[in-house]
Design a protein around this ligand. Structure first.
Ligand code: SAM
Length: 319
């Protein structure tokens, strides 16, 4: 339960130094409110429900100077990802010191008895054998993961306008049976995402459930009135390779029931959908489609992938 989860009192209390040792401020006199060493820059990219971390590992060399964090609610999965990142960093260190090193990466050491009880879909570890491993920009020092319920207490971790990118990849696998309030995309949570994103920042989404894609579009103010509109949407994205959809247009319409949250319309005003032309130039979209564990699974099963990315607009002057 959430009672087991630890959250900092505020972003200023958070010990980021333990997550990003390569970015610790050398000035030992500078400490956080919580008494830990400071880091040289803020976390700017967050992967909500990161799972086994394929997105972060794929993005690490694409944005080597940007600190990125995966947040995951399952204990074993989070510990697995933390061990995976440590092993990749260790491998990079070894390669830097001795490029001809063929020493294998050690298996992660369980820090908890439950770690040995990993879900069946855990990717093989290590995923980059020493033989094929190459030095990458940043050496994986810029990625980390922690256990958290992202539906609660995000303001304990991040300040207003701190983030430049939020990723939500293949969330809520049991979309249809989930209650609205338990969804990672909802009016209330979108308001939070808008708060953390800096103007000009991006919120990336990908799902294999068409109905969920349309729910997302609806909640970010993109008009999706009927199946004809959805079909046009698919044709639109297929042309630039953003949709791999090979399914028939779904019978399910977007659930029009409101979340019952106030300010829904105002949240929508804070985002605009990014055009497909812009998305094909964004390397993060390619990583999101190809490197997430769930994306790979969908590809193996020949399933559809629906992408939608939203730009955070400047704060309007609400009267
Ligand atoms: N994003 C990964 C990918 O694309 O491979 C994992 C997708 S998986 C279908 C959804 C993940 O979200 C699961 O690992 C689940 O544990 C996590 N999750 C669900 N609700 C969450 C929450 N409230 N806070 C953090 N993680 C959550």
């Amino acid at each position: 339960s959430d009672f087991d989860l630890e959250y900092p009192l505020s972003p200023a209390h958070m010990n980021w130094a333990s997550h990003y040792p390569g970015f610790v401020d050398p000035d030992t006199s500078k400490l956080t409110v919580g008494g830990s060493r400071r880091i040289l820059k803020d976390v700017e990219v967050v992967d909500i429900g990161c799972g086994f971390g394929g997105l972060l590992i794929g993005l690490a060399p694409v944005l080597p100077d940007t600190l990125m964090l995966g947040m995951e609610i399952r204990l074993q999965v989070t510990e697995y990802l933390q061990a995976r990142i440590s092993a990749l960093r260790a491998q990079q260190d070894r390669l830097r010191k001795d490029p001809s090193s063929s020493e294998p990466i050690p298996e992660p050491q369980p820090t908890d008895t439950e770690t040995s009880d990993l879900p069946e879909d855990a990717p093989a570890f290590p995923d980059a054998s020493s033989k094929d491993a190459a030095l990458i920009p940043g050496g994986y020092q810029n990625i980390s993961a922690l256990r958290a319920n992202t539906m609660k207490f995000l303001p304990r971790f991040f300040a207003r306008h701190q983030l430049s990118k939020i990723f939500i990849c293949f969330p809520d696998p049991h979309f249809k049976v989930r209650k609205h309030k338990a969804r990672i995309v909802s009016s209330a949570l979108n308001a939070e995402y808008a708060y953390f994103l800096k103007p000009g920042g991006f919120l990336y989404t990908i799902t294999d459930v068409e109905q969920y894609h349309r729910w997302i579009l609806d909640h970010f103010g993109v008009q999706q009135k009927d199946d004809a509109a959805a079909a046009t949407e698919k044709e639109h994205t297929a042309g630039v390779g953003l949709s791999e959809d090979n399914s028939k247009p779904g019978d399910d319409d977007v659930d029009s029931e409101s979340d019952g949250e106030s300010g829904e319309a105002r949240v929508k005003e804070l985002f605009e959908r990014v055009s497909d032309e812009e998305l094909v130039k964004d390397p993060c979209v390619k990583v999101m489609r190809e490197e997430t564990e769930e994306g790979k699974k969908v590809k193996r099963n020949n399933g559809p992938k629906f992408v939608a990315v939203f730009r955070r607009l400047p704060d309007p002057e609400w009267s």
